[in-house]
Design a protein around this ligand. Structure first.
Ligand code: SAM
Length: 315
């Protein structure tokens, strides 16, 4: 019998013109798209590569990999690997590209198809199994974590990764609920958070922050970003560009600090007798943070919180 799959929503790539310009593409260069998704940015990179150029896509999500596999069959300049971008150095080393990569793009977070398919369990707006893993074949689901984690850990994650002031109350409600029956669906969690939240923010569902926190935790997102940035910089050629699009303040803070520290260079005491240009900065900041234009926001509200930052490797 033919299996009917849920209709996949498209993913509109965010800040695509800005990201491509920021990569300053050399047509015969080597590029890494660390967050392939549905390949919107990747196809725009391929459009600018000559027959000698190469693009490697990475993604944790098997559904993104399926799209990437199809693209690699169509286009010999493209290859894809299923892994975290925090492990990009292994893939790049295997291809003998260390220090030769001309650009790395990271378009962080989740894609529209991940959010829109109820079965993935990412969205409080759709009822599905409480999963939230980008790769459902590894790690534990949100439901498993909420069924076993300590109350204090749940509170701490919701507070820090969701910037949710009612983290403690929500964690208490989760633990009380699981004493009767564990939470298994996104709707159950959304209703529980709604009931446990004593006040409302305008235009924001009360479960928004809790879902964000659990998703970030389950997918180890912030640690991956820290490691991914370090590896990307190590892999780049001198003059290569690292372009990162963030979607919330926790991500952007990590990117901004990493870029600033690498642009400042060696962390020596301020009284040390050395000039700023002797501190061995590893990168130069390219322009300021870029946000989506009004025209893009009209077409794609998801771009509202996007911030793009760019550095160029100096040494
Ligand atoms: C915002 S979407 C990227 C969309 C893509 N630029 C496009 O145009 O279709 C983010 C993608 O990155 C993947 N992802 C998120 N964190 C990742 C990580 N640490 N390593 C690899 N892939 C990751 C997600 O599975 C998702 O497919």
């Amino acid at each position: 019998m033919t299996q009917i799959l849920p209709l996949q929503s498209a993913h509109l790539p965010v800040l695509i013109n800005e990201a491509i310009e920021a990569l300053a593409i050399t047509s015969s260069g080597i590029y890494i798209d660390g967050t392939f998704g549905r390949g919107g940015h990747a196809r725009a990179v391929l459009d600018l590569l000559s027959a000698d150029g190469q693009l490697l896509g990475l993604d944790k999500d098997p559904e993104a990999i399926a799209t990437g596999d199809a693209l690699s069959e169509e286009d010999g300049r493209f290859s894809i690997a299923q892994c975290s971008f925090a492990e990009m150095s292994a893939e790049i080393t295997a291809r003998d590209w260390v220090g030769e990569v001309n650009g790395v793009l990271l378009d962080l977070g989740v894609s529209s198809p991940q959010l829109d398919v109820a079965e993935r369990g990412f969205s409080f707006q759709k009822d599905g199994p409480l999963d939230m893993r980008m790769d459902r074949t590894s790690g534990i689901s949100a439901a498993q974590w909420l069924a076993t984690a300590e109350e204090d850990d749940i509170a701490n994650i919701i507070k820090t990764l969701g910037e949710e002031r009612y983290g403690k109350r929500i964690a208490r409600a989760i633990v009380e609920q699981r004493e009767t029956a564990p939470l298994t669906t996104t709707r159950e969690l959304a209703i529980l958070v709604d009931k446990a939240s004593p006040s409302r923010e305008k235009y924001k569902h009360p479960a928004t922050r809790t879902f964000q926190a659990i998703r970030i935790h389950i997918n180890n997102e912030l640690e991956d970003i820290k490691q991914g940035l370090v590896q990307a910089l190590d892999m780049l050629a001198v003059g290569g560009r690292l372009v990162v699009i963030s979607f919330h303040s926790l991500e952007d803070r990590i990117v901004k600090r990493f870029f600033r520290d690498e642009a400042l260079g060696d962390d020596l005491p301020s009284h040390f007798p050395i000039r700023a240009n002797e501190l061995n900065p590893r990168v130069r900041l390219v322009g300021k943070a870029i946000k989506a234009s009004d025209a893009e926001l009209e077409m794609n509200p998801r771009a509202r919180s996007a911030v793009l930052r760019v550095v160029e490797k100096l040494a």
